[in-house]
Structure formats: structure tokens, C-alpha cells
Design a protein around this ligand. Sequence first.
Ligand SMILES: [Zn+2]
Length: 494
Amino acid sequence: MARFYITTSIMYANARPHVGFALEMIQADAVARYRRLMGDEVVFCTGTDEHGTKVMRTAEQAGTPTQEFVDRVAAEVGTLARRLNTSNTDFIRTSDRVRHWPAAERIWRELVARGDLYKRSYEGYYCVGHEAFIKESELENGLCPLHKSTPERLQEENWFFRLSKYRDDIRKLIESGRLAIVPETRTKELLNLLDDAEDVSFSRPAQQLPWGIPVPDDPTQTMYVWADALTNYISVLGYGTDEARMAFWPASVHLIGKDILRFHAMVWPAMLISAGLEVPRAIFVHGFITVDGQKMSKTLGNVIDPLELLDQQPADVVRYFMLREIPSTEDGDFSWKSLESRYVSDLANGLGNLVQRIATLIETKLGGTLTIGSFDQETEKILEDLRDTKGYHAAFADFRLHEALAHVWTRIGIANQYINDREPWKQEGEAQALTLRAVAAMVLHIAWLLQPFMPETAEKIGATFGVALTETIRSDARVSITKGSPLFPRPEKK
Ligand SMILES: [Zn+2]
């Protein structure tokens, strides 16, 4: 059995979970479930990034002790994962002194041993929104171009990490494809950034930043939040504590948002090389979500809270919409209107109607049972095309999840078309039975394909037909209908 290790980024714990993080979790879950379907042993991790100035200040403003504040955010992220029905096998928190801190301390010591950490005084602009120093040349009218806030001018003594030393190693890993960055536009972006990669500040004075992991053997300093947070990907495997699960390293893929590419594709690989560890196999970069074509912002009042979204829609509907409407590697738009229209056309009228129609026909025309059996040549040809999964697997291989889903919906269209052409309600005897057997075989194949995306729906379809889902449904499979409530009830007309 092959091992597959997939991670989301860990969510920065300064606010309630946001919809972009929900998207990342859903994408990661679809891939994790797909790999399990392919027979891999999958470790799938998510969690929360809980240190840093921004978290400390947000907790202060809320009048809550910092630990209590991050406990609450971590619980909300856990709730979000559960309600999205994600199949993560682990959840890591950077404030966890038992599981996470020893790993961060161990990698720090490895970097020191390699001579890659050195102390110097530094003066620069620190953007709290970024939790990073930004170059003066990157400022726009004195403001951080992303956060539109004035960075803090800091002069302090910090530990620095020799990132510049690893430029060539990282370039080779990326250019050879050993470290894949998906999509390719991000590969180019990263290679450009790499040219000017300078050493990075890896600690802050403990007086300025008491909320974090103390630098080993130098308690006057606190580890820089990124040095600490990136380590989550190995602390969760027991690095520095109980390393049996380090057999899953290197990660098969890290899923991240485009704003944190350089930390994951430069700083993290450099840390790993320095510590004598392998770099991840792939970094998959998704885009951002806009709402009605606009950037989400508190000022505009258009922020989508994923937990509120899940109060209104079942997990599978949210999962379907996010994975279908938002191209996996690009920015995508959320609107209630497109959610409603996808629901009606794709789910209620497309998939839901197909399953409902065929189950009812099998009940009324065949007494609720049938054996799949064999087919005429024309039907056999249609089934063969429908079961051609090359496009589906290729889409997964390249993280084009929306295309894998489109592949499934093409098949729903074929099955609905087949019923409409054959009109089984007008047929009789053997001809009628053949149509129903064929559509049952189609629906069961479709349900198999749906599992990574809409696990609950796939399971319900299997239960309706009384058949365990397999990639190719056997000709001796016996269908026995047990109808439940409709999969996707049509919204009431207003
Ligand atoms: Zn910023």
C-alpha cells in the first residue's frame, strides 16, 4: 500500500474560520478521499497556527487571555472540519507543548548545528498582517500593498536564517520537478522571487513577542511565527518526539493559498534541506474567493462565514459548489445566486432527479429489484464510454478538481439522456427491464465517482440501490431499492 500524506495550511488563529480556509479543507479532503479510493494509506492533517503578534493583540483587544482565545478558534476550526465532513486523520495546534514544541525546538537545533542561524541587529518594516518584514521597495505610499496598513519600523536583534545559501538547491529541486509547484504560473512566480531571496529574520525579542516558542538556549528570543508554524507538517508526524510516523515524510502535497507561497516553497524547503530532511513532493496553490465579484471585506459587509453557510446548506451542497464553481488553482466567485442555480440545475434537476426517477421506475415496473446482467450492443457502447475514467483520473493527477467533477456531470447528462431516449415508461417487458438495468449500472458508476466530492450523497445512492460501490459494477450485482427522502429537494417556489 502506498503512503500518501496531504496537509492543508494551518489556519491563523486570529479570527473565526473563513471561507477560503473552508475551500482549502474541502479540496484537500477530495484529494485525500480519492487517494484512499485508489488504495493508498492516507495521512491528512489540518490545524491552527496560534502564535505571533497578531494573535496576541487580537486576544488583548477581545479582553481574553491568549490561550483561551486560541482554544476557542481551534475549537471552531475543528467544528468546521467536522461539519464539512472532512476525513482529516489529525489536527495539530502550534500552542501544543507536548506534540508541537519539541519538533520546533529540534529543527531549530538542527539549523544551528548546520551553521544556518546567526544573530544580528536588524532594522526594517514589519507588517503585523503578514507577520513578516517587508522590503521598503515593496511598500506603496508607505503602506503594505496587501493589508493597506502602515508597517511598524523595528530595530532589534534577531536570529537570521541563511535562506540565501539554499537558493540554488531549491531552484534545482523545482526545475527538475522533484518539488512540483502547481499550477505552473506559480512555479514561475516562485523562481522569480528566488533570485532575490535574502536571509530571513527567524526570531523576535521575547520582550516584544512573549507569545510563542522560546528560542532553544536563548530565552531572550522567541521563534519567528513562520519558523514555528511551518514545522507543524512534521511535528504532527512525531518529529522530535515519537518518529514512527515520519515514514510518511516527505509530504505528498501541501495545499496552500497563493499569499503564503514563498514561505512554503522557499523558507520551508530551505529549513528541511538544512535539517537533513527531504522536501515535500508538491505544493498545490489555490486562489482566493471573491463574493459577487468583489473582494471579501468587513467594510463591504460581504464576508461569507462558512459555519453560517453550513447552517443553511448540507455539507455536500457546499462541497459541490466550492469544488465545481471555483477552478482549483484560480480565483473564483461565490454568490448566493450561483449557489442556488447550481443547486437547482446540477443537483436537484441533474443528479437528484436521475436517482429519483430510476429508483421509482425500478420499484413500480420491476417490483424494486433487478440483476444488472448484460446489454445490447448500443447500450454496451454507451456504458463503455460512461465508464471511461481516464479524464477523471488525469484531472485528479493535476489537481484540476473542478474538471474531475465536470467529468462526473457529463455522465449524469448521458444517463438522463439515455432515459429520455428510451422512454422506459412507454416500454414493456425485456426492453423496459434492459433500460432500467442499464441506468442502474450508470448511476452506480456515477456514485462511485462522486465519493471524493460528495461522500454522503454517494453513500445514500449506494444504500438506495442496496449495492456496495465499486469502480465497475459487476453484471451479477443485485439491486434492491430502498427509497429514502429525495437527495436534493427542490426549493419551494416563492
Ligand atoms: Zn501586510
